[in-house]
Design a protein around this ligand. Structure first.
Ligand SMILES: [Zn+2]
Length: 201
């Protein structure tokens, strides 16, 4: 067994940081060491910021976005065109589309995609909430902006089927989204082009 160089508190900090996307055990150790060395300038403010975020973070009951208010700042923004809803898999996709700034619409976060192999069915995703939203009326277009994976496309077809009887135009992202591509990794120009050239399903 390796000799212990730090106490359990710092060891725990390293273990938790290693679970953050983009950080492995090695980067986590470097980050932890940097934080404890910068105790006053960084570790303290970070601990406070995390405490605040923990206390205030909410999942929007309307669209599924993460925010500190429910409904979220996107849903309560009356300068948006709420008759168009962009359906995304994850909050990171919503944020990516907002960064691209191509559309000024409402969103709906599914929380994943249908994946029978992984045991993820319609009830595990925020699909019912979407159907209810559309069912209330006032929505003229649904842009299904899921990733170009088999699961993403299966999910798009399922949603289209479920909304069959409702008077809403359903479109999806056009070219520009590589097969298997994840929206979050696309540059803003590609995302904007894919949105503008969307096609009716
Ligand atoms: Zn919302």
């Amino acid at each position: 067994m390796a000799k212990r160089v730090t106490g359990p508190e710092i060891e725990k900090l390293i273990q938790l940081l290693a679970k953050v996307p983009g950080l492995g055990p090695r980067s986590a150790r470097r980050a932890a060491l940097h934080l404890v060395k910068k105790k006053e300038q960084l570790l303290g403010p970070l601990a406070d910021a995390m405490g605040d975020a923990y206390a205030k973070v909410r999942i929007c009951s309307c669209c599924g976005n993460v925010d500190t208010s429910d409904p979220c700042s996107v849903c309560t923004d009356d300068r948006r065109d709420n008759s168009v809803i962009i359906v995304v898999e994850d909050v990171s996709d919503l944020w990516a589309l907002e960064r691209a700034g191509a559309m000024n619409t409402a969103y709906h976060v599914l929380g994943g995609t249908l994946s029978p192999l992984d045991g993820i069915g319609p009830d595990d995703l925020n699909i019912k909430g979407l159907i209810e939203r559309v069912g209330k009326g006032g929505v003229r277009e649904l842009i299904i902006a899921v990733n170009a994976t088999v699961e993403g496309q299966t999910t798009a077809h399922y949603i289209t089927d479920q909304l069959g009887g409702l008077d809403v135009k359903i479109t999806r992202l056009a070219h520009g989204v590589p097969v298997g591509g994840e929206l979050d990794y696309l540059d803003e120009g590609t995302l904007t082009a894919a949105l503008r050239a969307r096609t009716v399903i």
